[in-house]
Every structure is written in C-alpha cells, then in structure tokens.
Design a protein around this ligand. Sequence first.
Ligand SMILES: CC(C)(COP(=O)(O)OP(=O)(O)OC[C@H]1O[C@@H](n2cnc3c(N)ncnc32)[C@H](O)[C@@H]1OP(=O)(O)O)[C@@H](O)C(=O)NCCC(=O)NCCS
Length: 169
Amino acid sequence: MKVIETDRLILRWLSTDDAAFILELLNDPSWLRFIGDKGVRTLENARNYILTGPMDMYSKLGFGLYLAELKDGRIPIGICGLIKRDSLEDVDIGFAFLSRFQSKGYAYEAASATMAYGIEQLGLNRILGITSKDNYDSSRLLEKIGMTFERIVILPHETEELKLFSSTF
Ligand SMILES: CC(C)(COP(=O)(O)OP(=O)(O)OC[C@H]1O[C@@H](n2cnc3c(N)ncnc32)[C@H](O)[C@@H]1OP(=O)(O)O)[C@@H](O)C(=O)NCCC(=O)NCCS
C-alpha cells in the first residue's frame, strides 16, 4: 500500500516480497555500524524481520517503517517511517538508506514527508528521534527536519547511551 509520495520517492508498506532488499539493507556497512547487527543473514531471516517488525506494527497501529523506492524504476533504496516502541513514550522517526543512495537528499525528502504525514494524517503532536552519539549524519538529518536535541538516554535493557531529539507541534 502506498502511503506517501514525494517528488522522487514513494513510501509504501513493506511486504515479504521485499526480503532481498531488506537482507541487503540490514547488512549494509552503515546499518551495521549505526543501528547494529540484527543477525539477518538469509532471505528467510529477512522475511521474518519484515513480518515481526514493520508488518506487525501496520496491523497493530496502522503505521510503521515504510519502504522508500525511487519513482523512477521503482528501485528500493531505503526505509523510513514512524515507530512506537514500548521503551519510549512517543512515536519516533526511523530511517536507513543503502550506502549507494546516501548523500543524494533522498533521506531528507523521505524524512520530511514522514514528519508531515505524522502531524497531518496521524495527528501526532510530538515526534522523537534517537540516534547513536557518533551518528552525525543521522543527528544532522533530525535537526534538518526540525528536531531539537533534548537529552542523552539509555533505553530499557540496553547499555548504549543515545541522543534523544524531539519536535512538538
Ligand atoms: C542517516 C542517513 C539516513 C542520512 O542519510 P543521507 O543520505 O546522508 O541524507 P541526505 O542525502 O538526505 O542528506 C545528506 C546530504 O546530502 C545533500 N544532498 C546531496 N544531493 C542532494 C539533493 N539532490 N537534494 C537534496 N540534498 C542533497 C544534502 O543537502 C545533505 O547535506 P547537508 O547534511 O550538508 O545538508 C544515512 O546516513 C543512513 O542511512 N545511515 C545508516 C542508517 C542510520 O544510521 N540510520 C539512522 C539510525 S538513528
């Protein structure tokens, strides 16, 4: 299902047919460095990740992480969307793009449209962003879409200190 359209991108629901793309994205060096190793090594692992992650969230909440694809050729390049974690009070924005599609403005295009969707379509009045302390590209993007650094947090059952950004409408 198509959710958001921008000049160059379509953001749509992920399905298990996107397993090959997810397998590549979750093993991209930038994903492994800044998000972490989810242990997704096979198409079956990737299908399971899609089913128990994004697809489960669509069915429970009506939103989640979407696949970002180029309108031109319908090429999948990344994921971007909204997530509700038990560990955070408010919804947060998430994004990750394949290295070869980074630094082209796609992440900003997807993330700013996702913020607008969250405010206008979902009626959210506060959206968060969390990122590793050394993930400068992510922090920069969160600030570019209007977020402000709030504080350092450690999520329950985790050890890493993360930067928490927020935007209130
Ligand atoms: C974080 C991440 C999504 C940022 O994506 P990105 O590709 O660097 O973001 P963009 O391409 O939108 O922006 C990067 C730069 O490209 C520039 N750019 C290049 N071509 C552009 C174009 N055609 N249009 C607009 N901007 C363009 C932007 O202006 C921006 O520069 P700036 O930061 O100096 O303003 C990406 O690094 C990533 O996927 N990382 C791995 C996963 C990850 O860390 N996710 C976040 C977890 S919290």
